[in-house]
Ligand binder design. Structure first.
Ligand code: OKP
Ligand code: ZN
Length: 344
């Protein structure tokens, strides 16, 4: 299987995040890429290529121009305000009852464009998030040119980013941008299957009123885990998109492969019925039994089975890397899915 990877993605390297009320080492670290790359090489999964460089045009098909502009300049503006700081984070947000107007200061703008404190901007963020999108778009292009399957080893991840809000380690929505690129290049329908432990609320919101993209997600029940405020079963789409959003929230602690597989069959059945031209998989490995922030019980052999189930759809498939934080297992879990898919 073809993998697209860029070293530039490591330039996004925040030192810390808030967890449990204290600052802890940033979980979504550049090291995640090393573990996955190493496993791909060790298992001879196939060639690894650098991405091409794309303009912001395909990004602007998904994200608002002012949001793109904000991300490009955020670090420099923060640095002018706080010359000693190593990362930029918001501290207040336009909550209920407040005006949704972009303030002039970077502190105000950060709160306007962020949902939470988990997506700090650092000096290298802009280059890294552009490289991450480049990986997704390069893999997408290869599939458009006839490659049956490709893996975009993207970081930072993307599925929590909406058209103008960053959240949950995500800035640009790599999977959504690649999906839109398929459509812009002639595809009529694209299905996105999100198997990350967390609901991809950014992706859902981007395509919520559209019938040309089916979004299906298996994830931790938002009543019990991040992103907390979206991802419920009754969110089925709106307007023309009604019936083209499928959420399968699952309970924490008791979700193992048997329960997961049952929900997966429902999602796969719906995707099959939708008859997409392409399948985009938001591939998070944080459903793993020993993931440090998650509470499902998926094992390494289960991930291989997951890959086989996805291959049964028999669609040209773009895998876009999302979450997964159990570093020592992240490489072989990723390879397990991709090998399961290829073995079919
Ligand atoms: C990003 B991705 C909950 C802490 C949650 C943010 C998680 C972002 C996940 N106690 N922190 O979907 O893997
Ligand atoms: Zn996740």
């Amino acid at each position: 299987m073809l993998t697209i990877y860029s070293e530039q993605q490591k330039l996004h390297n925040p030192a810390r995040e808030f967890l449990g009320g204290d600052l802890v080492p940033y979980l979504e670290s550049p090291k995640r890429l090393d573990y996955v790359l190493e496993a791909i090489q060790r298992n001879d999964l196939g060639r690894i290529e650098w991405p091409d460089s794309f303009s912001t045009e395909p990004i602007a098909r998904v994200h608002r121009p002012d949001y793109i502009q904000f991300l490009e300049t955020a670090w420099q503006r923060w640095h002018q305000t706080y010359p000693e700081a190593t990362q930029a984070s918001p501290y207040c947000f336009p909550h209920r009852g407040l005006r949704h107007v972009v303030p002039e200061t970077i502190e105000g703008a950060l709160g306007y464009y962020a949902m939470d404190l988990t997506a700090p901007v650092v000096e290298g963020t802009w280059k890294a998030i552009r490289a991450s999108v480049d990986c997704a778009l390069t893999a997408q292009k290869r599939i458009m040119d006839g490659e049956p399957v490709a893996f975009a080893l993207c970081r930072p991840p993307g599925h929590h980013a909406s058209k103008d809000v960053m959240a949950g380690y995500c800035f640009f929505n790599n999977a959504a941008i690649a999906t839109q690129a398929f459509l812009d290049q002639g595809a009529e329908k694209v299905a996105i299957l999100d198997v990350d432990y967390h609901h991809g609320h950014g992706t859902q919101s981007i395509f919520y009123s559209r019938s040309d993209v089916l979004y299906a997600s298996l994830h931790a029940d938002p009543r019990r885990d991040y992103p907390h405020y979206l991802g419920h079963e009754d969110e089925t789409g709106e307007g023309a998109g009604l019936g083209f959003n499928m959420n399968l929230p699952l309970p924490l602690q008791v979700t193992g492969w048997v329960e997961y597989r049952r929900a997966l069959e429902l999602a796969l059945g719906r995707i099959d019925e939708f008859r997409p031209d392409y399948l985009v998989v938001s591939l998070g490995l944080d459903t793993y039994e020993r993931d440090p922030i998650s509470f499902f019980n998926i094992t390494t052999p289960d991930f291989q089975e997951l890959g086989r189930c996805l291959a049964a759809l028999k669609k040209p498939t773009l895998f876009v890397f999302e979450g997964g934080y159990a570093l020592e297992a992240l490489g072989h879990n990723t390879v397990a899915v991709l090998e399961g898919f290829s073995a079919f």
